[in-house]
Every structure is written in C-alpha cells, then in structure tokens.
Design a protein around this ligand. Structure first.
Ligand code: SAM
Length: 394
C-alpha cells in the first residue's frame, strides 16, 4: 500500500526537491512481508547497470555536514578527536532536539522512532537468541555502552547550545536511537579524512529516501558515489515489475541477513562436488576435528546450540558423498540436526509462552521467534538433504 500521501513523505519530497532530487518511479509503501520500503511505479526492466536511484551529494548526511553544523566548532576543539560515528550520532541528537528549527527535520521525521537491533533488546530476550547471535549482541551492547560512557565529557561541552540539560538531550536511550539509525541505515562512501576527527574509517553517510530500500539477497546491485555526477547512485541488474517492492542487497555484513544466506546455501547445494577435500578442511577450521567421536561431541545437542555455520558447511560437503568419511560424518550430523531441531522447537515454544505473559516485549519476542522459525526451517531442510544424500548408503 502506497504511503506517499502521508504528510511526512510529502514533506520529505519537498525537502528532496529543494536539494535537486526528484524521482517519481519510486514511492514509499508498506509491504506485507518487509514493512516499509520503496515501490516501483513503473516497470524497471533488466538493463545491465540501470540506475534505479541517484541521490545528489546535497542530500547526503556525512561528517562534512556535521562539521559545518552548530556542533562543528565543539567537535573541532575536543581532544582526543571524536570518531566519525560519534560525530554523526551527536549531529542526529542535536538536530532531533532542534525540532522544527532543524534543516534536517523532514528527514528526521521519517526515521523509525525505535529499533530492534540486538543492542536494544531486553537482556531476557537476548538470552533467547541463537548462541552466535547472542554473543554478538552481548559484544555489541558492551561496545555501545563503552562508547556512550566515554562520550559524556564531550557531550557536556555542548551545554551552551541547549536550554535543557545535555544529560537529557544525550541520554543513553537517545544515544542508542542515534547509534542504531547510523548502523541500520548508513550507506558506504569511500573513505574520507576529516582532520578534526579520529583516524577510524569515515565511510558512513545517511541517504534520505534511498535508505527506505529494503534488503533482498536475490538482487544484484552496485552502489557508489559517482564523482562525475556528484550523486550517490544505485545500479541494478535485476528486473522489477510495476507496483512491486524494489530491493537492494545490503551485502554480507548484516547479522540477520546471514541467516538468509545460509538458506541460499541449502538451496544451491551442488550435485557433483569436486572440492570435497577443500570443504572438509574448512569444516575442520570450524571445529570438526575429523573423527566420528569428535564430530558427535561437537555437533550434538550436548554443546547447547550447535553452530549453524558448522551444520550448513556439513550439508555443503555432503553435496557429493564420495567417501566413507562423508557417510559417517553425514550420519553424525543428521543425528545432531535432529537433536538441534528438538532444542530449537523447545526454545520457540518458550518464546511463545513468554509472549503471552510479556505484552511489552511482544515485538522483541516476535523477532526472536522469527529467527528461531528460520533456524528450524534451515535445520529441517538440512535434515532432508542429509537423509536423501545418505539414503544410497543405508
Ligand atoms: C535501510 S532501512 C530500510 C527501510 C526500512 N524498512 C524503513 O522502514 O525505514 C533498513 C532496515 O529495514 C528493515 N529491513 C530491511 N530489509 C528488510 C527485509 N527484507 N525484511 C524485513 N525488514 C527489512 C530492517 O529493519 C533494517 O534495519
């Protein structure tokens, strides 16, 4: 359903037009599976390298924008220098506080008000995440908390800019919102270097409107800043029909997207595999040490949440069963896969029970439930593949 009639999107269009961006081929819309995204109003034919969106430099929010703004002089003075990420977060919070006075109001008004990034989840929800994701969530939370704690001194220097206490403008909750905004929405720009910022890579830019594009692993895109047109351009090699959602591919760096990648690995199992030895060596790198006993111990339910990576790599190896080694490894992994399915089903049931008791955590628990469902489907698919691969040997 198109959302272009909503007042915030009408304002955003005006704002973009003032900055020389006009595009009638893409409109904001809400989709049943992916939520808010961009819909094509015309058929986008498969044309190698066709530009689907071209956003002028003036619309991009980069550290240049930050340095030129009211917080710029404070950033320039602060030692040791701020990281580019902290500079962007500071700007977002300062502009959000400025409200209707902000030049970026039209963009800020369409940003999500809350996020379900692992760092925002309640600890009791994080505990329900699959093991590897929980470890990443814990690490991410520690990193963000440390960054916030280390930034208090700088935030206090900004007091002359605000009528209210900087503690409320730059509260931890506000900081989390800004951090998640940058982390979930920024596009990659080739590195620049601001003399007044730390040497960490300065590669993030917020790209209003363009950042409404959702991810699909099934499309091929190229995204880059075009030095000639001075626009950030996305080119696609994928077809999109009229009134359908237009996707881009965010790449391999997004945690949740990694699950989707595993699914693709299952679907694209090779029928004949010439690289089985190489794959076995990869398996070993991932903890399968090469004897049945080790494999069972490592891959069975005893270890809690067996890593999906290991399981998927096993399936990959078993795309061609060429030796006895493959057969016993396959059987052991199949057994472990069945054990994991039971564990994942149990965890999912636990999440469903919790949802009934904790209405306030509903959206967070729904996310965990979706992840667990995904995990279950992957395990079921793995078990099916393994069973059929092993059938000739039983
Ligand atoms: C760059 S924004 C894309 C626009 C976003 N949906 C919005 O409403 O502002 C990235 C965020 O969109 C959501 N997203 C992107 N691709 C998705 C997908 N395929 N399915 C569900 N949510 C998706 C995730 O919350 C992600 O953090």
């Amino acid at each position: 359903m198109s959302e272009s009639h909503r007042s915030e999107f009408i304002e955003l269009r005006k704002w973009l037009k003032e900055r020389k961006f006009e595009d009638t081929r893409l409109v904001p819309a809400s989709f049943p599976g992916t939520g808010r995204g961009l819909m094509s109003t015309a058929s986008l034919q498969k044309l190698e390298g066709q530009v689907i969106i071209s956003l002028p430099e003036s619309c991009l929010l980069t550290t240049d924008t930050v340095i030129r703004s009211s917080v710029g002089p404070y950033i320039k003075k602060w030692k040791p220098p701020l990281s580019p990420l902290l500079a962007l977060c500071t700007f977002l919070l300062s502009e959000r506080h400025a409200g209707s006075q902000s030049l970026w109001k039209s963009y800020l008004d369409v940003l999500p008000t809350s996020y379900t990034c692992p760092v925002c989840l309640e600890p009791e929800v994080v505990d329900l995440l699959p093991g590897p994701l929980k470890a990443k969530a814990d690490e991410q939370r520690a990193r963000v908390q440390a960054l916030f704690a280390a930034s208090g001194g700088f935030f206090s220097t900004l007091q002359p800019l605000f009528a209210e206490s900087v503690d409320s403008v730059f509260s931890y909750q506000a900081f989390l919102w800004a951090w998640c905004t940058v982390n979930t929405r920024a596009v990659y720009l080739s590195s620049r270097r601001q003399a007044c910022l730390s040497a960490e890579p300065d590669t993030c830019a917020l790209a209003p409107f363009l950042d409404l594009l959702n991810h699909s692993p099934h499309v091929q895109v190229k995204a880059a800043f075009n030095e000639e047109t001075r626009c950030y351009e996305i080119r696609t090699a994928s077809r999109c029909r009229k009134h359908q959602e237009v996707f881009i591919c965010y790449g391999p760096h997004d945690n949740q997207r990694l699950l989707l990648e595993y699914e693709m690995l299952v679907r694209h199992l090779p029928t004949a595999d010439k690289q089985v030895h190489r794959k076995i060596s990869i398996l070993k790198d991932h903890g399968f040490t090469g004897t049945t006993g080790h494999l069972l111990r490592d891959g069975s339910a005893h270890m809690g949440w067996p890593s999906l990576t290991k399981r998927m790599l096993c399936c990959w190896v078993l795309g061609a069963i060429s030796s006895k080694f493959d057969v016993w490894m396959g059987r052991a992994v199949l057994e472990a896969t069945h054990g994991s399915q039971a564990l994942v089903s149990g965890n999912r049931a636990l999440v469903s029970d919790m949802k009934e008791g904790k209405v306030s955590l509903m959206s967070q628990l729904s996310l965990v439930e979706a992840l667990r469902m995904e995990e279950l489907r992957i395990l079921q698919a793995s078990a099916e593949i393994l069973s059929s691969s092993l059938a000739p040997f039983s």
